[in-house]
Design a protein around this ligand. Structure first.
Ligand code: GLC
Ligand code: CA
Length: 597
């Protein structure tokens, strides 16, 4: 098992939009306007962004150094992956102290300086909230494991093992739950001779949210960061917080996609509503939940504003369209991708909000995964096409560091080049048990492994790509293509992916149609062209009508727009010099255009 269990695509039933509870005058196209709907978010994986002190590990002062770069790009919210004290079993997603900065990343004073510098630039910061589990080195867990009577015992899930007739000295795990990171989700602990639950690594024990004290402690640490001035949270695997009562075995059917069961525990909404009431409602905060296991129809239960839970979630339908089980590929086609965005537009109502993203620190690189990195020209064009798409589709766009440069997957050729615990555990479970040849494992992991997104930012053509001083050894190897693909080169080139992304972000910010406007797919079944409109009619203002046309592939295509639609003024194009307008368009490989019409 890995973080990516096989996932069936859901066909979404039509749902009628919720009636608006707000005075109609303040609404835009039925939506309540709010800053996080209008934001463009940029994710920073701090370990890989910029090393300021030569230890080979990115840090907070490194981020502060590059805030002008981000401000110029035009993003206005930064999501910072975990910056807390951690033994780094899973690069900070295993937190030892929620109120302390990871010493490798700097100090609280560095954090405060970074936050102030972000605010000075009129940007906002959201931080990662990782509270489905803690580190096993958190003091709660140290107490919890020390004895069955300890007051913290019930902060985690402890159970007796099941009898093991074949080997009575070694009991079997309490149930059949698999871990996302391979093997059983239960770890035996000799001190009290019981097992504890960990849906991720053994060093990430799951917190027991059914214990009111756990919830209070979480709310309190949330207030700590909000009181410092952070603007909200990205919530790690948040739907998993409510466990199934009694923790029964998964059936064979449920075992095909355990997330579905784990994400839909009986108290999920109750706990999120309590969190909202006690904490979030008191701040002008933005929340985005990572929601594996949540189908589109279920999504509104969490994001509908009448329910007072979260603002939005990351739904995995699009980002995992091309994945089978573990790191295997799933053949896909463009109509399937369009159908996902179309179903989101149909199912989510005016009281819901959506995200749009195709990359993050858990997925391979945007251009390698969804575009075409086979030649420099196709890489540049397809990266621009993808940024065009992300910045003109419905929902708040989330961009991942380096994608604005068209950074690519790393040419991994050997298992020992990987750092990720998910990869290491999967290797043990598949290659070392003889279930998969090593060469196949390395090839699949090169394609889909998480380390692809985690190689250091490529700032320049200097040694270590300017990520770290020349004498340092970066914690993960720099992609050898940094001499050609780096920020310094792109900043010097007006036609670079960076500058194109900057223009696409500016376009997004300039027109509320890209935020609140209607969405219409003009040709859902076309295998190569993705053409859609974003339109907004506001009383007393001229209509905003935008047309996005993407040639998703290498093959040039002549494309005639549906009757009544003619491309008008060209606002953004990834091939310099293009001027074509009208009803029939001639698109070359990976060509992307945005028009008014
Ligand atoms: C989330 C994070 C991922 C992490 C896992 C466990 O999916 O994005 O990086 O490994 O949760 O915290
Ligand atoms: Ca450092």
């Amino acid at each position: 098992m890995t973080f990516c269990f096989a996932q069936a695509q859901q066909t979404a039933p039509a749902v009628t939009a919720q009636p608006a509870a707000h005075p109609a005058a303040s609404l835009i196209n039925g939506y309540q306007p709010v800053w996080w709907k209008e934001a463009v978010v940029y994710q920073i994986y701090p370990r890989s962004f910029q090393d300021s002190n030569g230890d080979g590990i990115g840090d907070l002062n490194g981020i502060t150094q590059h805030l002008d770069y981000l401000q110029k790009l035009g993003v206005n919210v930064i999501w910072l992956s975990p910056h807390y004290d951690s033994p780094n079993a899973d690069n900070g997603y295993d937190i030892r102290d929620y109120r302390k900065v990871m010493s490798e990343f700097g100090t609280m004073a560095d954090f405060d300086r970074m936050l102030a510098a972000i605010k000075t630039r009129h940007m906002r910061l959201i931080v990662d909230l990782v509270v489905n589990h803690s580190s096993d080195e958190h003091h709660w867990f140290a107490e919890s494991r020390s004895s069955k009577e300890n007051p913290y015992r019930d902060y985690y899930f402890w159970r007796d093992g099941r009898p093991n007739p074949a080997d009575p000295a070694h009991p079997l795990p309490p149930n059949n739950y698999p871990s996302y990171f391979s093997g059983s989700a239960w770890q035996y602990d000799a001190t009290t001779q019981q097992f504890y639950l960990h849906l991720f690594a053994a060093k990430q024990p799951d917190l027991n949210w059914d214990n009111a004290k756990v919830r209070e402690d979480v709310y309190s640490l949330m207030r700590f960061w909000l009181d410092k001035g952070v603007d909200g949270f990205r919530m790690d695997v948040i739907p998993l917080i409510s466990k199934q009562p009694g923790l029964p075995d998964l059936t064979a059917e449920q075992m095909k996609d355990p997330s579905r069961i784990w994400a839909n525990g009986p108290h999920r909404d109750e706990y999120l509503q309590q969190m909202n009431r006690e904490v979030l409602s008191k701040y002008d905060a933005m929340t985005v939940g990572e929601a594996l296991g949540i189908t589109l129809p279920e999504q509104t239960q969490i994001v509908n504003s009448e329910r007072h839970e979260l603002n939005m979630i990351f739904n995995f339908d699009a980002v995992r369209l091309n994945r089978g089980a573990n790191y295997s590929a799933r053949p896909w086609n463009l109509p399937e991708l369009k159908a996902i965005y179309d179903s989101h537009a149909r199912v989510l109502g005016k009281a819901d909000w959506d995200t749009v993203f195709l990359s993050n620190h858990d997925n391979s690189r945007l251009v390698s995964n969804w575009g075409d990195d086979s030649t420099p020209e196709f890489r540049t064009r397809s990266a621009k096409l993808l940024e065009t798409m992300l910045l003109t589709l419905r929902g708040t766009p989330f961009l991942y560091q380096g994608d604005e440069l068209g950074m690519t997957n790393y040419p991994f050729t050997r298992f020992d080049q990987f750092d990720d615990i998910e990869v290491k555990n999967l290797y043990k479970a598949t290659v070392l048990t003889g279930q998969m040849p090593e060469a196949q494992f390395v090839a699949e992991t090169q394609r889909f492994g998480r380390d692809n997104a985690r190689t250091p930012m490529q700032w320049s053509g200097a040694p270590n790509a300017g990520f770290a001083p020349a004498a340092a050894k970066p914690w993960l190897a720099v992609n050898p293509n940094y001499t050609a693909i780096n920020a310094a080169a792109e900043l010097a080139d007006p036609e670079s992916i960076y500058h194109y992304t900057q223009r696409a972000i500016a376009l997004h910010h300039a027109h509320l149609a890209f935020v609140y406007g209607g969405y219409q797919d003009l040709d859902p079944t076309h295998l190569q062209v993705y053409a859609y409109t974003r339109t907004l009619t506001e009383p007393g203002k001229p209509d905003q009508r935008f047309l996005v046309v993407l040639n998703y592939g290498q093959k040039p295509v002549e494309y005639t727009l549906p009757a009544g639609i003619k491309a008008g003024k060209l606002l953004l194009a990834n091939i310099p010099g293009t001027t074509e307008a009208g009803a029939t368009l001639h698109l070359t490989a990976w060509e992307a255009r945005v028009y008014s019409y």
